[in-house]
Design a protein around this ligand. Structure first.
Ligand code: FES
Length: 203
């Protein structure tokens, strides 16, 4: 397709790096087409991150447009590119006032994406968690989900921890994720069968 690949998170090259390179090479128009699934950043993220780069670049920045939805089927590529909307539609680039403040979440769930947990399927844990929270009607203001590097107890992979409750869970596969959401994040009671005991040291 002749496209460049850029990542919004967790891998390189990042979107800004690729946009910098394209702008330096004299490209005048860039169309961003998202590829991913429901558990990753959506089109709105793509637009806001691109708008932030565009504002920072200033005069001489290429026109940047985004496709209205993520690419699912290769056959949709040409249509998505043709219908792409400039990030400056409706004003001088999108801004995200809510990103100024941390969300007022009750819980933060850390999902380990370190090497052992990733090998044990934590990408699926992450995806199942996001879907279960959406199904339960819980957004970022309720439960902030964060992917992390190794959390240490690798032999218990996939590892998840729920803060500020300081509850750690081991072997959280996709089925176990539903229990964590229903019993702990909705019901308020940690799931005893999955719990990984942690003994904080005094002093
Ligand atoms: S890789 Fe997840 S705890 Fe180490």
């Amino acid at each position: 397709m002749g496209a460049e690949l850029a990542f919004l998170q967790l891998a390189s090259p990042g979107l800004s790096e690729v946009l910098d390179r394209l702008a330096a090479s004299g490209v005048e128009r860039v169309v961003l087409v998202g590829v991913g699934d429901v558990s990753g950043p959506g089109v709105s993220w793509l637009r806001r991150v691109a708008a932030d780069w565009w504002r920072g670049f200033g005069e001489g920045a290429p026109v940047v447009a985004t496709a209205s939805s993520f690419l699912v089927d290769e056959a949709e590529w040409a249509g998505l590119v043709a219908r792409a909307r400039p990030i400056t539609d409706g004003g001088p680039g999108l801004r995200s006032p809510v990103w100024e403040e941390p969300p007022a979440h009750r819980h933060q769930v850390l999902v380990c994406r370190g090497p052992r947990c990733t090998a044990a399927g934590s990408a699926g844990t992450w995806r199942a968690l996001v879907l279960a929270l959406m199904a339960a009607g819980l957004g970022d203001d309720d439960v902030l989900v964060t992917q992390t590097g190794c959390l240490f107890p690798c032999n218990r992979a996939p590892v998840v921890s729920v803060q500020p409750d300081d509850v750690w869970y081991s072997r959280v596969d996709e089925a176990a994720t539903a229990e964590v959401v229903a019993e702990h994040l909705v019901g308020g009671a940690p799931v005893a069968r999955l719990r990984l005991r942690r003994e904080p040291r005094d002093g």
